[in-house]
Write a protein of this length. Structure first.
Ligand code: SF4
Ligand code: SF4
Ligand code: FES
Length: 235
């Protein structure tokens, strides 16, 4: 009795066909409440060739990021009932597409690697762990929760135009996560990597990133904090 139409982007690299939209009718009485449930239903019942990524189905792994009704979000945490009819489902924008809803994340993960996302220390190893006070630990709140879904980077207009050199909001939020860590001792080197007219300063505070983060994080604020640190070390 309850049927909903989904218009889904299709692209098959093994044919010469142009990308197209396919319309699928989903039986909502036989399907879970999330967009990911609908995609799985389509794959199981209508077209087993539909390609998409998913793993945790609870907003932890970041792999099911896509564009639904024009907004980047996780398919596993987006209610079908929040979408128009027909609902539109596209892969993340501004990425090379491997197949259907699967974007190629090679470039954005290379940008992530550039910020050296691990703890770096210079002082000798202590006998036990490097302690943090509760206050120092709380400075990581709002940053450590990032699941690298790249909804923000895909939605950032500056990254559309300068994605080859601007690191984008996901990598920059992660960069600040390490700058904010009281145990890390590579602040100077980290800021050297970031202080560049493109890598950091192509952010124009448009804040699309903050609006689209499915974890409720604020990459725009993290970028502003990095700019402040760069300025402070100059004075
Ligand atoms: S605030 Fe900066 S990083 Fe975020 S969307 Fe705007 S330009 Fe991109
Ligand atoms: S900041 Fe948010 S939108 Fe960006 S990668 Fe992390 S979790 Fe995803
Ligand atoms: S399946 Fe892991 S975040 Fe959606």
């Amino acid at each position: 009795m309850r049927v909903k139409a989904f218009e889904i982007y299709r692209y098959d690299p093994d044919t010469d066909d142009s990308p197209r939209l396919d319309t699928f009718e989903v039986d909502l009485d036989d399907c879970g409440p999330m967009v990911l449930d609908a995609l799985i239903w389509i794959k199981n019942n209508v077209d087993s060739t539909l390609a998409f990524r998913r793993s945790c189905r609870e907003g932890i792994c970041g792999s099911c990021a896509m564009t639904m009704d024009g907004t980047n979000w996780l398919a596993c945490t987006r209610f079908i009932s929040d979408l128009a009819t027909p609902a539109t489902v596209y892969p993340l924008a501004n990425m090379r597409i491997i197949k259907d809803l699967v974007p190629d994340l090679t470039h954005v993960f290379a940008q992530y690697a550039m910020i050296e996302p691990w703890l770096q220390t210079r002082t000798p190893e202590p006998e036990r762990e490097r302690p943090q006070s509760p206050e120092e630990r709380s400075r990581l709140d709002g940053y450590y929760e990032c699941i690298l879904c790249f909804c923000c980077t895909s939605g950032c207009p500056s990254h559309w135009w300068n994605g080859d050199r601007f690191l984008g909001p996901a990598a920059l939020l992660q960069a600040y996560r390490w700058l904010a860590d009281s145990r890390d001792e590579a602040t100077g080197e980290r800021l050297d990597i970031l202080e560049d007219p493109f890598r950091l300063y192509r952010c124009h505070t448009i804040l699309n990133c903050t609006r689209t983060c499915p974890k409720g994080l604020n990459p725009g604020k993290a970028i502003a904090e990095i700019k402040k640190m760069v300025l402070e070390r100059r004075t």
